[in-house]
Design a binder for this molecule. Structure first.
Ligand code: NAP
Length: 268
């Protein structure tokens, strides 16, 4: 059975839906007729996203302001989702830091692991039993091309995305024939809009415009991939090049080069 068709009682959940890829996923799911639960920390922004989606697509959007790096808040959301009919989970929220771990704020690094690793794991474990019982469901996990191999100066992020990548593709292998689809989104650079040159970040300046892809395109590819139970969606040329380099080039050669690039991103 394909990813469940929309129905009035079921909900598609998107984490990190207040901006970026998550917001685009929420819009695209709504355009495909799904009623939603959207979550992120900023309640006011989420309410505005929800209002725009409902106005455009006429679906119900429930808003859950939750800090997924906080174990208690995360458990509250997971408990709710475990008791609901969740047709699709887009475990998308994630953050990154750049620079040597020893120089970064330890609290921020720990919060990143809570969000990027446990924010995925806990919610998947919450919705999986219901999906299996219904023999229908879709789980889209936002990993990253950065999770394919070691990245000095991006260590916590790269390791957390290695978890997301491997967990997603392992789970998919376990769920063959169960009716539950699992797809990994492993992008390289994706952005919402071309920034004003005066405000462009170092990442924006280092990567030429033609190599970026849009959040809308990423969301469409991801949900098409999930519908077809694709193992991995790798949107855009840069992501594909990163995947090939990390898959075939020897780590001992590639890692120091990548580390130097990320050193620049960390302002070093
Ligand atoms: N964009 C890229 O180039 C790219 C490339 C590879 C992988 N990815 C992955 O794709 C996903 C989405 O990326 P993006 O660029 O769209 O991200 P983004 O624009 O930075 O948005 C991150 C989202 O996560 C939410 N969030 C952040 N911290 C949170 C927390 N503690 N608890 C709950 N929600 C939190 C943010 O909302 P609040 O601030 O309101 O909480 C926001 O909605 C991430 O997992 C990212 O690692 C992105």
């Amino acid at each position: 059975m394909p990813v469940p068709a929309p129905c009035p009682d079921s909900r598609a959940v998107v984490t990190g839906a207040s901006q970026g890829i998550g917001e685009a996923l929420a819009h695209e799911l709504a355009a495909r007729g799904h009623h939603l639960i959207i979550t992120a920390r900023r309640a006011e922004v989420l309410e505005q996203v929800a209002a725009r989606i409902t106005e455009r697509h006429g679906v119900t959007v429930e808003v859950r302001p939750v800090d997924l790096a906080d174990p208690q808040q995360r458990a509250g959301l997971a408990d709710e989702l475990a008791g609901r009919d969740i047709s699709i989970l887009c475990a998308n929220a994630g953050t990154a830091t750049f620079g040597p771990v020893a120089k970064l704020d330890p609290a921020g690094e720990k919060a990143q692991v809570q969000l990027n690793v446990l924010g995925v794991h806990d919610l998947v474990l919450a919705v999986l039993p219901g999906m299996l019982a219904r023999r229908a469901g879709g789980i889209l996990i936002s990993g990253s091309a950065a999770g394919n191999s070691p990245i000095p100066n991006n260590a916590t992020y790269a390791a957390s995305k290695a978890f997301a990548n491997t967990f997603s593709e392992s789970l998919r292998g376990e769920l063959k024939g169960s009716g539950v689809h699992v797809t990994l989104l492993a992008p390289g650079p994706v952005r919402t809009e071309i920034p004003d040159p005066a405000e462009a970040s170092l990442v924006d300046r280092l990567i030429p415009d033609f190599l970026w892809i849009s959040v809308e395109h990423t969301a469409q590819l991801s949900l098409d991939g999930l519908a077809h139970n694709k193992m991995r969606v790798v949107p855009g040329l840069t992501s594909k090049a990163m995947s090939v380099a990390s898959g075939y080039a020897p780590r001992a050669i590639v890692t120091p080069i990548v580390g130097l690039v990320y050193k620049k991103l960390g302002g070093g």
